[in-house]
Design a protein around this ligand. Structure first.
Ligand code: ADP
Length: 422
């Protein structure tokens, strides 16, 4: 039986998927769990476990309690490297939850030092002299300054952490990072508490990964995780991973789209050139339910290319929202797509692509999926996920993927390229 080597606790679902995709890219088998896993030891664990919680903006006490439970679950299964995954824009308030959870995990693991590395240069998130930049702007001048739940009003990570944590903060600055892994290690030896790591380019992340790969707890964005598996393997730390093949995807296919983001609109338009489609209209849903959509779905060949979508232009969305309210319009569409996903499974359809972050959450819940094995990426950050029973899910948030994403996704399964990247 495989014991867990690496365990991550992510503060939201898409963050967890992002990290899981990064690790899968590094060629290790990864399981993503949605919500706190059952305490029952009967659940088998894999070498790389990522637990998706929803604790980014919950009260800190709740976030800490859930993270501690997840931490214990992972350590009981043997995890020797833990990762606290938060957003690369450091989404938090003066109360938390980045700091309180990091503090709690340190206490849980008996540590007096951890590192914080949110840098994700590929996505324009860079840390220089402790200050986080988004593109060419410091964090507090980026659009994150107006975030409805976690407005970021400072770019200095030590200052942001200080009110959130009980331990002291420190920094390994850029000039030290540029001197190489040995120098970073020496600098870390002299620091305790929460140490912020500068990184401007991927090469800096490689240096940092070399310096910190044997630390029991790393906190940060997903980018620092990608170089770690190769280092663990080289150091002989990792042991055997369970390279059992990914479950086979069953047959039958459908796209369900509840995203109105610009890229999804282009993807839906492109797909409709050669797929059959059914458009969900929230006003009709409000009046008459989605019986017609269900009947349409039943009449289709399970194997045919097809899409059910509520995707609409901003003007149409605004008009609907004005009539129904934002919340009700969203809920009507999400409920309909969730039920249609259940119908599709009942009709034998096993390959399901979902567009929309919230929509993906609604569909996964409706399908009662609590555990996903991560396959290779269709597009950066969007892997095929295997839920057992032949069910394969691709969960795409709004602006991800190329215009041909839906075809790309199914083509990958058809070609059998969704084999583990071992
Ligand atoms: P994204 O990842 O693009 O943000 P989400 O699924 O997270 O997509 O969010 C889109 C939201 O918009 C969902 O709540 C969905 O139900 C709602 N929605 C989808 N289509 C429409 C529409 N035509 N009118 C109003 N709301 C819609």
């Amino acid at each position: 039986m495989t014991t867990t080597f690496f365990g991550a606790i992510a503060d939201d679902f898409t963050g967890a998927t992002d990290l899981a995709a990064m690790l899968a890219r590094a060629g290790v088998p990864v399981t993503l769990r949605i919500g706190l896993p059952e305490a029952a030891a009967a659940t088998t664990a894999t070498a790389f476990e990522v637990i998706a919680l929803k604790i980014r903006t919950t009260p800190p006490e709740e976030a800490v309690a859930e993270a501690r439970t997840a931490c214990r679950w992972l350590r009981e299964r043997g995890a020797r490297r833990l990762f606290w995954k938060y957003c690369s824009t450091f989404d938090s308030t003066p109360r938390g939850n980045i700091g309180p959870v990091a503090d709690a995990l340190m206490s849980e693991m008996g540590l007096d030092r951890t590192v914080h590395c949110p840098a994700f240069p590929e996505n324009g998130r860079r840390v220089f002299m402790g200050n986080l930049f988004v593109g060419d702007r410091p964090l507090h001048e980026s659009p994150m300054k107006d975030h409805p739940l976690t407005p970021m009003r400072d770019a200095n990570l030590e200052r942001l952490l200080a009110p959130q944590v009980q331990r002291q903060t420190g920094l390994v600055p850029f000039p030290t990072v540029r001197q190489g892994a040995e120098t970073v290690r020496d600098a870390l030896e002299r620091l305790s508490g929460h140490v912020v790591l500068d990184a401007v380019e991927d090469a800096d992340l490689a240096t940092l990964a070399e310096a910190i790969h044997d630390m029991p707890l790393v906190c940060g964005g997903s980018a620092i995780a990608q170089p770690l598996p190769a280092l663990w393997r080289a150091a002989g730390a990792m042991g055997a991973t369970d390279d059992s093949p990914l479950p086979e995807a069953g047959s039958g296919q459908i796209v369900l789209s509840g995203s109105c983001s610009a890229m999804t609109r282009a993807q839906v338009g492109r797909y409709l050139d050669h797929a059959v489609g059914y458009r969900l209209d929230p006003l009709e849903l409000a009046e008459g339910g989605f019986g017609d959509a269900r009947a349409w779905l039943r009449a289709q060949d399970p194997a045919a290319r097809k899409i059910i979508y509520a995707t609409a232009e901003p003007k149409a969305v605004a008009a609907v929202q004005e009539k129904l309210g934002v919340g009700r319009a969203g809920a009507l569409v999400e409920d309909a797509l969730a039920q249609l996903a259940q119908d599709a499974r009942g009709l034998g359809i096993r390959r399901i692509v979902v567009a929309g972050g919230e929509t993906s959450g609604a569909v996964t819940r409706a399908l009662d999926v609590d555990r996903l094995r991560i396959g290779p990426e269709i597009a950066p950050g969007v892997p095929w996920c295997f839920a057992g029973d032949g069910l394969a899910l691709a969960l795409k948030s709004g602006n991800f993927g190329a215009e041909t994403f839906f075809d790309d996704a199914f083509a990958m399964l058809d070609a059998g390229t969704a084999a583990p990247a071992a």
